[in-house]
Design a protein around this ligand. Structure first.
Ligand code: NAP
Length: 320
């Protein structure tokens, strides 16, 4: 398959397990492949401290390590990895166009979107005010700052459970605040939560407001000092004096640059069939951006594999 400087058989957008697996399969299938992976390739797994459910790693592996290995593997096989964001996509007619970096134009016969999903926020004004000042969406990134302090985690899914367990390594106490009376997290994580003496689960409560005040120890500005919760059954308010507030309430698919061109479902995920074909022929979606259910590295990787195999097949078909 032919290449000029800015044209590739397949362009992949996204550098999580879906993007890299798609790239590895596409390049091994004989295609010229560019992958736009952002400044720090690796996607959400960069923030996962330990992964113990990715096959092939008998000992837990850090997310960053796993992604570095995928990056190295893709590069070794000949994938051109651009550490730039894709800024615009023209998907209406083939060849498809991607603007990236400083508005440089790239074209491709097929595109695989593997942009993932970003963490969701509560939407409280006080949450925004104290983000980066005690309020965080990333326990792995910020947990260290709360050594010996009390923190709370909002959410009841696997991410919230994992965050609580991770934070318990540093914090003196971790409150896990969930809006229902039953966690969504898997049984194994629930068992771990139950056997950790530092973790207390508060059911049936939702955040009302993040509290803040002047930063201690000479630091500038204000910092979060706690949170006010409301009991959804009784309406009663409860205050937690936790300078660390970790939000872990799920994700929103990253579709900003494609959303108006592709069919999305009600939650904003790209609609793709079992062959990862989107509403535009030649454009495929793989991983969390089209998967509202599983959000697993290994599922995303499999999804990227399918997308690449189908994209290769499509390129062969249109050549005929
Ligand atoms: P999730 O499963 O969608 O859970 C989000 C949690 O936040 C739910 O408990 C939800 O409550 C709660 N929530 C949502 N909006 C809220 C709001 N506005 N206020 C308060 N609470 C709110 O998201 P996730 O935990 O990020 O997990 C996403 C996917 O990734 C899942 O499939 C999960 O299995 C997977 N995952 C797997 C692992 C692992 O295997 N190691 C690790 C992390 C994530 P409700 O329960 O009431 O809906």
């Amino acid at each position: 398959m032919a290449e000029n400087n800015n044209h590739f058989d397949i362009i992949i957008i996204g550098s999580g397990p879906a993007g890299f697996t798609a790239a590895i399969y596409a390049v091994r299938g004989g295609a010229t492949v560019a992958l736009f992976g952002g400044v720090a390739p690796g996607g959400q797994l960069l923030y996962a401290a330990e992964i113990e459910n990715f096959p092939g790693f008998p000992e837990p592996v850090a997310g960053a390590e796993l992604m570095l290995r995928m990056l190295d593997q893709a590069k070794r096989l000949g994938v051109q990895v651009f550490q730039e964001d894709a800024l615009k996509a023209g998907l209406k007619t083939a060849p498809f166009t991607i603007l990236a970096g400083e508005n440089k134009k790239y074209t491709a016969g097929a595109v695989i979107i593997a942009t993932g999903a970003r963490a969701r926020w509560l939407g409280l004004p006080s949450e925004r005010k104290y983000t980066g000042k005690g309020v965080s969406g990333c326990a792995t990134c910020d947990g260290f700052f709360f050594r010996g302090k009390e923190v709370c985690v909002i959410g009841g899914g696997d991410t919230a459970a994992e965050d609580a367990l991770f934070l318990a390594k540093f914090a003196s106490k971790v409150y896990l605040v969930h809006r229902r009376d039953k966690l969504r997290a898997c049984t194994r994580l629930q068992e771990k939560l139950g056997s950790n003496p530092k973790i207390e689960i508060i059911y049936d409560h939702v955040p009302q407001e993040i509290l803040g005040g002047p930063a201690l120890s000479g630091a500038e500005g204000e910092k979060a000092t706690g949170i006010i919760l409301k009991n959804v059954k009784t309406g009663a308010a409860r205050q937690l004096d936790t300078p660390g507030v970790f939000i872990a309430i799920g994700h929103t698919p990253e579709t900003a640059i494609f959303g108006d061109q592709l069919k999305l479902d009600d939650a904003g995920y790209i609609v793709a069939d079992e062959r990862r074909q989107t509403s535009i022929r030649g454009v495929y979606a793989a991983g969390d951006v089209m998967d509202p259910h599983y959000k697993q590295a290994v599922v995303a990787a499999g999804s990227g594999c399918v997308a690449a195999m189908e994209a290769l097949k499509y390129l062969e078909e249109i050549k005929k």
